[in-house]
Ligand binder design. Structure first.
Ligand code: ATP
Ligand code: MG
Length: 210
């Protein structure tokens, strides 16, 4: 990326496969938080998941590229899929800080379910110093506990070591990759849940069929 990026969104995930829930979340973050770009970051070897249903990193990367191709503000990074060993967000954020420099603020975009796990991630304390979090509402997950715990308005009196979490309301989409995979297995439609190109590529590759 050539142009100057002062506010960078990073959307991490397994993307197994990417779906409209991810895309709507990223687009809303872009607009509500005035980000310059959103970088999708497919995980290499997901440290918290080990499941035969998980496609190869290269396949998940390809689907993510297909899904984001028409949006000039979305980019897909190969950082995690090219790194050896499990993907730790702390390493990714440190690497991004090195690449972009101190004038870029990184916003880590997650769904309500995932932000809660962050507190148990490796090096959670360092992590919160490297990034701000944008937590999107997701059907079935309550954001109430965040309201009580750590959410402070941006820039206001946050204690060191506490996550900076902003809550983002998005049009709710009860879509999950788990459900998409189930639908593919059971020959149910995934049209309108994932971009057309993603559905075609899944079909042509026979993913989750045997
Ligand atoms: P799986 O069912 O396999 O866990 P997933 O749909 O949760 O897949 P992930 O790749 O695990 O997708 O999610 C990446 C990020 O996107 C996470 O932060 C997750 O919370 C968020 N996310 C996923 N689906 C939605 C959705 N429908 N609305 C809002 N956020 C979402
Ligand atoms: Mg998930």
């Amino acid at each position: 990326m050539e142009e100057k990026i002062s506010r960078l969104g990073v959307m991490g995930g397994t993307f197994n496969p990417i779906h409209y829930g991810h895309l709507v979340t990223a687009e809303e973050a872009l607009s509500q938080f005035k980000l310059d770009k959103v970088m999708f970051m497919p995980a290499g070897v997901p440290p918290h998941k080990s499941d035969p249903e998980i496609l190869l990193p290269e396949e998940r990367y390809l689907l993510t590229v297909i899904a984001t191709a028409s949006n000039p503000d979305f980019v897909v990074s190969r950082l995690e899929i090219e790194r050896k060993g499990p993907s730790y967000t702390i390493d990714t954020l440190a690497q991004l800080q090195q690449i972009f420099g101190p004038d870029t603020t990184v916003f880590f975009i997650t769904g309500a379910d995932a932000v809660w796990e962050i507190l148990t991630w490796k090096n959670a304390e360092e992590l919160v110093e490297l990034t701000e979090f944008i937590a999107a509402t997701r059907p079935g997950y309550s954001l109430e506990k965040f309201k009580k715990l750590h959410v402070l308005p941006e820039g206001e009196g946050r204690e060191p070591g506490r996550p900076r979490v902003s809550i983002m309301e998005i049009p709710a989409l009860a879509i999950s990759s788990t459900d998409i995979r189930r639908r593919v297995r059971e020959d149910q439609p995934i049209r309108y849940l994932v971009p057309e190109g993603v559905a075609s590529y899944i079909k042509k590759s026979g993913f989750w069929k045997d």
